[in-house]
Design a protein around this ligand. Sequence first.
Ligand SMILES: Cc1cc2nc3c(=O)[nH]c(=O)nc-3n(C[C@H](O)[C@H](O)[C@H](O)COP(=O)(O)OP(=O)(O)OC[C@H]3O[C@@H](n4cnc5c(N)ncnc54)[C@H](O)[C@@H]3O)c2cc1C
Length: 383
Amino acid sequence: MPFDFDCVVVGGGIVGLAVAREMAGHGLSTVVLEAESLPLTHTSSRNSEVIHAGIYYPEGSLKAQTCLAGKALLYDYCERRGVAHRNIGKYILAVDAEDEAVLDDYVVRAAANGVTDLEWRDTSDMRRAEPAVRCTRALWSPSTGILDTHAYALALQGDLEADEGLLVCGSRVARAEPVSGGWSLHLEGQDEAVRTRRLVNAAGLGAVELARRTEGLTPEHVPQAFLAIGHYYTLAGRSPFNHLVYPTAGGGGLGVHVTLDIGGQVRFGPDVTWVDEVDYAFDDSRRDQFIEAIRRYYPALDPERLAPGYTGIRPKITGPGEPAADFVVQGHETHGQDGLVNMFGIESPGITASLALARLVADRLGVAALDTAAQTATVGSGS
Ligand SMILES: Cc1cc2nc3c(=O)[nH]c(=O)nc-3n(C[C@H](O)[C@H](O)[C@H](O)COP(=O)(O)OP(=O)(O)OC[C@H]3O[C@@H](n4cnc5c(N)ncnc54)[C@H](O)[C@@H]3O)c2cc1C
């Protein structure tokens, strides 16, 4: 039986769209199958929208490598495609001696990752740069930025469609089975299976579940899924901040920080709470904890100006008390199945890393090599 597509990407979040764009760009007939009625319904529209510099991640990790490579690709892409973004920069604050030691550690970690542009700021620098902020010392990260994630997703979708790729919403992949030379996908509520040569599982919060329903994968290649919700409060009125402002990180997240969206709206968040199910309901009982966390570095906070914003859920693959896991981009070299890549634990900095992750997936599927072979053949044929 013929194949319907060269590549099916499961998941219409930013990572899935970036992967599909990459595949279609290599001349492969590509479709994104998205379960919800719209793309970007889950993690990709519920985050801080920060272009991360690559400071925090363990040296040599996939997070560090793809964040750094992805940051450069993303700034360039936003510039070329007119996606709203700002290289606004961020301060990471120490408010006591313990924090200062953490900042020292960040400088070392960042340098190991190739982030060599961090600069120290003292209290008088900070009084000028961010008068509302209280700290004993700060690190300035000039390469951190913000972007409009919806505009980014639209641009990716536009590229995909320009290369004759498709995004099909309302299509939940219920299970996948290997067939000779590819994969057969069974969609919820549909009798006909979709056949594809290559399959990329970029299903975010649903990636582990889909892998469990993928025949031929042994349990040791399917991690356990954990969920950690984060809340964001917004601040009414004018922003007292000129840049992004972060405390030191801890407890599975980067701390309740200040982000500004592209329209200048201030958001505080996200906190970290382990949960059992995907439920985005906002729990306003956290208000007091937020006020306490924010006042450590912004003592003048007027709680009347705080309003519940939104929540996002991190697709984690290690649980409470365990070290944060690296991104997992698993191909044949790991699970032994041809034409299949599973992406697990694509939490922060997944948006920043998205274009680099897409290249990595193409690599794992041998698609970049196919291009080279095609070019050699063309050159060899003299056409
Ligand atoms: C609180 C928070 C803050 C963050 N802040 C940042 C930040 O500032 N900067 C940054 O770089 N990153 C950040 N991230 C990380 C970033 O948001 C994610 O890495 C990224 O959005 C993941 O994109 P995705 O496409 O993998 O997943 P998603 O956006 O979740 O997309 C996966 C899609 O797959 C679909 N799906 C699931 N199962 C199936 C199925 N069986 N069949 C078909 N479709 C299916 C879902 O409906 C969903 O649309 C943050 C994340 C969180 C939670």
